[in-house]
Design a protein around this ligand. Sequence first.
Ligand code: GLN
Length: 455
Amino acid sequence: ARHFLARARQHQALGAFLSVDEDATLAQARAQDALIAEGKGGPLAGVPIAHKDVFVTRQWPTTASAPMLDGYRSPFDATIVDNLAQAGCVTLGKLSCDEFAMGGANEHAGIAPVGFDAPQPVRNPWDATRVPGGSSGGSAAAVAAGLAPAATGSDTGGSIRQPSSLCGITGIKPTYGRASRYGMIAYASSLDQAGVMARSARDCALLLSSLCGPDIDRDSTSVDMPPEDFTRHLGEGVKGLRIGVPREFFGEGLHADVRAAIEGALKEFEKLGARLVPISLPRTDLAVPVYYVISPAEASSNLARLDGVRYGHRAKNYADLVDMYTQSRTEAFGEEVKRRIMIGTYVLSEGYYDAYYLQAQRIRRMIADDLQAAFKDCDLIAGPAAPSVAWPIGSKTDPLDTYLSDIYTLPASLAGLPGMSVPAGTGDAGLPVGLQLVANHFQEARLLAAAHQLQ
Ligand code: GLN
């Protein structure tokens, strides 16, 4: 823990940490030392981990990188934080992300990182002028720079897989319902899922085994399945494994350098005995519009509770109650969050609901059906996690540009499938490229085993 705290201090300029409390971390580490000495250490006894700031923690502030929650302290720990602590993990601190996990570059962070007095974008450790991806950009940067051996992340539409790809680390989002959402600040509840980001598939498997588990009393979408040992297939090869390669993931928009790296990784799988099967996911193009109707709709509803009354920012000057809501929300929400609240409110409005929200729900089902059809012909699906390597900070000004780059991660999100990104070499400027692997529901152990073969 001391080693990682020192590294985090040394590399503050990356802007990865939003809060650290060295005394609290070292107290947890000492408690683990004592348990280990008594022979009572859990499976992850003493393993340091940092948490994305969307998971509430009692000992560290929780903001979701949102000025609305600046200074907020939760009275309880999120279930996944608690599960990892029960297994022996020691918390290093809280990590930056896009405000309320909305974004794909960590440029929408609204809270000043440790060492700064104003909000900063997180920087990619491979090239500090570039973005780390998002929304779990702080998690990806911290792991890539060795400020933490592992970090938690959340993935609603790709926020674990895409930053893992851009920072050259391994990250996994389990099946929707595997990880409890209790204490995870909601973005789009039907899509939100917690997961881990680490340096290898093995580390991810070890951590995920403790992170996941039923929480049916506190999360209505929690799946009632006993915890699983996700490391159990790691030793098995990929001989005979059918890897589906969706044609639509290699079309226009995919940068040539990323394509080359992904094709290299697929060849590696072939050499190891896997069989590549061409497949089609014909509605891939619709994943972006569908996601950007459904997720803002849910976000607009989830964020309605932040009205300046119960907790969160409250404006100083206002005329009456409605004005207080308006001023508090106007002052505290960032531009991207406001944009999504407006889109979400619009698509849920009477008269537009059928045309947008309901239609998007129907297509969401079709996308999920397409994936199930594909799994008749293959065991895993492989392709790029993102269309390009990390781009320079500030270079994408049109929000649509960032939305479109979510295209490869969204189908699995909309279908609630487990997915991961695993390093697959480098592209332009020597920057990392991630191979995305997707499996059918509850096949995380197989997914991790296949990823492990590439490492
Ligand atoms: N980039 C996507 C978005 O902006 C995904 C975010 C996420 O998974 N939290 O919504």
